[in-house]
Design a protein around this ligand. Structure first.
Ligand code: SAM
Ligand code: DTB
Ligand code: SF4
Length: 370
């Protein structure tokens, strides 16, 4: 996956002509984007993509499950929930050396970010000490680090940030309205709180959702509306296509039209112009043309490696071949982008968060189950 010569026109619109980032998109505006003729929608998404990114560069992350199975939460899509029988056993937290070994292999295979996931509701104190050490050692390899460990409070988020964690992944998963159909053991407001805590700790936010869970088109628009309300927008927005795992309540849900999925990627790109939009879970079930359309629609990040957390992902050789066919190349880590936030910028984020928390409390009081 070597870098071919760049198209010199990719960053061709001057910053002066770019509209400011918006957080106040109405549901109707977002639905109107979804309703555009497909070609018009993709053209608009490409214009936005080209104005902010090299459209042929794709950020490459590798995922590892550091603690698998027996999760107390009841997320209906998830093979790791202890509420369903999916054949997964309960595993202990992996040893640090094993994780570092996998991270080194991921780096050698071409990944720039290493994402570690744990099937926890939230980390316990004894575990937090271990994962903090893990972060430090993975980061020392020269990789960006990301973790997804469930809910975190501000203190936990700060400790992870101090350990060197660059990104924290915590998905909103679906719209506030559909959420109660999918998860009952934590609320939408809990999720927004965790995202606010991650921001307050100065980490980058990775947050997105899952499509194809039987949601209505309006739920897709409402999920994106929630993500776009976050200030700043999440730096990373994973859009997962549901992986239907036998034993979960979602194993027989109806397939989503792949073109509707592409529309969602394009709308995410338009709404969050500077974010990396990740074509996340579900690639193994997608043909090459659908993946190519997703990149055309503005997706610019993938999980790379033969497994996600517990389910399959395309073999690395297949991804290398796809990148070659499409003339894509892995995006290098931007050394200036890391830790580049000034104290003033961080203070502004903290203030914006205090305001957003008040708004969320008011808005979600009624929308979320007990
Ligand atoms: N337990 C932590 C949590 O949920 O916050 C972290 C791990 S959890 C597996 C991370 C994310 O994986 C979920 O939020 C969900 O969006 C995604 N995910 C889980 N199962 C999936 C599936 N079958 N298909 C697509 N995405 C899935
Ligand atoms: C995200 O949005 N998708 C990833 C990552 N964040 C942690 C997880 C996908 C999991 C798919 C099901 C599995 O492999 O267990
Ligand atoms: Fe647990 Fe996360 Fe799976 Fe939900 S998505 S059951 S919290 S591992």
């Amino acid at each position: 996956m070597s870098a071919p010569p760049r198209d010199p026109t990719w960053a061709d619109s001057s910053s002066a002509s770019r509209p400011p980032m918006r957080h106040d998109w109405s549901l109707e505006e977002i639905e109107a984007l979804f309703a555009l003729p497909f070609n018009d929608l993709l053209f608009r998404a490409q214009q936005v993509h080209k104005a902010h990114f090299d459209p042929n560069a794709v950020q490459v992350s590798t995922l590892l499950s550091i603690k698998t199975g027996a999760c107390p939460e009841d997320c209906k899509y998830c093979p790791q929930s202890g509420h369903y029988n999916t054949g997964l056993g309960k595993e202990k937290l992996l040893e640090i050396e094993k994780v570092v070994e996998q991270a080194r292999a991921a780096k050698e295979a071409g990944a720039s970010r290493f994402c570690m996931g744990a099937a926890w509701r939230s980390p316990q104190e004894k575990d937090l000490r271990v994962v903090a050490e893990m972060v430090g050692q993975v980061k020392a390899l020269g990789l960006e680090t990301c973790m997804t460990l469930g809910m975190v409070d501000v203190d936990q988020a700060k400790r992870l940030a101090e350990a060197g964690l660059d990104y924290y992944n915590h998905n909103l998963d679906t719209s506030p309205e559909y959420y109660g159909e999918i998860i009952t053991t934590r609320t939408y407001a809990d999720r927004l709180d965790t995202l606010a805590n991650v921001r307050e700790a100065g980490m980058k936010v990775c947050s997105g959702g899952i499509l194809g869970m039987g949601e209505a088109p309006r739920d897709r628009a409402a999920l994106l509306q929630q993500l776009v309300r976050l200030e700043p927008h999440p730096e990373s927005v994973p859009i997962n296509m549901l992986v239907k795992v036998p034993g979960t309540p979602m194993e027989n849900v109806e397939d989503m039209d792949p073109l509707e999925f592409i529309r969602a990627i394009a709308v995410a790109r338009i709404l969050m112009p500077k974010s990396h939009v990740r074509l996340s879970a579900g690639r193994e079930q997608m043909d090459e043309s659908t993946q190519a359309l997703a990149f055309l629609a503005g997706a610019n990040s993938i999980f790379y490696g033969d497994t996600l957390l517990t389910t399959g992902n395309p073999q690395v050789e297949r991804d290398r071949a796809l990148f070659d066919k499409l003339g894509l190349h892995p995006e290098p880590i931007d050394p200036n982008a890391r830790d580049a936030r000034s104290d003033d910028e961080q203070a502004e984020i903290t203030l914006a968060h205090a305001i957003q928390r008040q708004r969320d409390d008011a808005l979600f009081y009624d929308a979320t189950p007990g």
